[in-house]
Design a protein around this ligand. Structure first.
Ligand SMILES: Cc1cc2nc3c(=O)[nH]c(=O)nc-3n(C[C@H](O)[C@H](O)[C@H](O)COP(=O)(O)OP(=O)(O)OC[C@H]3O[C@@H](n4cnc5c(N)ncnc54)[C@H](O)[C@@H]3O)c2cc1C
Ligand code: SF4
Length: 337
């Protein structure tokens, strides 16, 4: 039986593995972390319908029954071609395969790179991923001193659409995540005052616009403006300075908690991983696909396929669709051999 290796056990890798095993291949997933599920396993409730993320992860995981098999805590650091086969290397061990799917996903933008926003300096400046962790743990956000915040600012486009930090692209999911999280905060703390500071609102997916309307109905305030800087007040609150770009007026506001909507950056180590196959990342640092419209899951290297967030920012629906598409392409490739 022909063998397929999948690098990355997020929703993309898990779903591609499931489909390839159904098609009759021997499939092995290599996952760097101790548990499968990738980033989705870190979220609490998902947009657009606020379903529990573990429901989705557990559904994809339920197909891991020997074929597909998964090696956890196994980071692949090298891939090389050996005739018509490939060799993958991890921690001094090597594995062979007839085709490889790169599904290494993304990293969160390191918010400390935007030093003027105060992440890592001020206690009450957190990221959207940390807010998800708070929802998972207590069902509501807390300030550093353990209190429920009454005034919260969500800052859009942190590490996205920003040439200064070499991230000129839009991360696609952070507008809707901010809207979803602002509704969740309102539900948990009805008296909370919430401000979303955005450049443009990009609510591109099904159900996203409805979430935006719901947030407005629940009293979330949307201000068009880009944060210039934050500073800490003596009582631990954060002073934010921005300009309301609709009224062209400078704005200063003190809040209990600032949530930075961090963007999706290329996964660490992936460009080094593909370098062994003479593949270069695209201009934003993600894995390059052959053709956006006609061939979105193939790379320039024969036998090497790619899907999910390692090719650029996307949501779960896009990732799962790409995973299935990659499974079909791999099947066609291996059947023609
Ligand atoms: C804050 C935030 C909230 C979000 N909320 C939602 C939501 O509610 N709904 C929604 O549809 N989408 C949401 N998304 C998007 C969603 O997280 C992605 O679409 C999804 O995670 C992509 O899955 P993936 O498997 O491609 O990548 P990942 O989830 O990043 O998984 C990739 C996996 O590959 C592993 N890996 C990486 N390199 C290696 C290596 N060299 N060797 C072995 N393993 C490796 C990683 O450890 C990881 O487990 C959100 C994104 C963000 C940033
Ligand atoms: S989705 Fe929204 S917050 Fe995220 S980068 Fe695009 S415009 Fe900015």
């Amino acid at each position: 039986m022909k063998e397929v290796a999948i690098i990355g056990g997020g929703v993309t890798g898990l779903e591609a593995a499931n489909k390839l095993a159904q098609l009759g291949y021997t499939v092995t997933i290599f996952e760097r972390e101790k548990t499968p599920g990738g980033h989705v396993a870190q979220w609490d409730r998902l947009f657009p319908n606020r379903r529990n993320s573990m429901e989705v992860v557990n559904e994809f995981k339920s197909h891991l029954n020997g074929n597909p098999a998964i090696f956890l805590s196994t980071a692949i650091d090298k891939i090389s071609r050996k005739g018509a086969r490939f060799t993958l290397e991890a921690k001094g061990k090597s594995f062979d395969a007839d085709a490889v799917l790169i599904a290494t996903g993304f990293e969160l933008f390191p918010a400390e790179k935007k030093e003027e926003y105060g992440y890592g300096i001020y206690d009450n400046v957190i990221t959207s991923a940390e807010l998800e962790a708070m929802f998972k743990e207590h069902g509501y956000p807390v300030t550093k001193s353990g209190k429920q915040p009454q005034r919260i600012a969500f800052i859009h486009c942190v590490g996205s659409r920003d040439e200064k930090v070499s991230r000129p692209y839009c991360s696609k999911v952070c507008c809707v995540t901010a809207v979803k999280q602002s509704i969740e905060v309102k539900e948990a703390i009805p008296s909370a005052e919430i401000y979303c500071l955005y450049m443009d609102l990009r609510m591109f997916g099904p159900g996203y616009e409805d979430l935006y309307k719901e947030a407005q109905q629940k009293g979330v305030n949307f201000l068009r403006g880009r944060l210039s800087e934050t500073s800490e007040l003596e009582d631990g609150r954060v002073l934010i300075k921005t300009e309301d770009t609709l009224s062209a007026k400078p704005l200063k506001m003190s809040v209990d908690l600032v949530v930075l909507m961090v963007g999706m950056s290329p996964a660490e180590g992936t460009s080094e991983l593909i370098a062994g196959l003479d593949l270069k990342p695209n201009k934003d640092g993600f894995v390059e696909i052959i053709d956006q419209h006609i061939n979105p899951v193939k790379t320039k290297a024969e036998g090497i396929f790619t899907a999910g967030a390692c090719t650029g920012p996307n949501n779960i629906t896009d990732s799962v669709n790409a995973a299935r598409s990659a499974a079909i392409e791999i099947h066609q490739y291996l059947s023609s051999k």
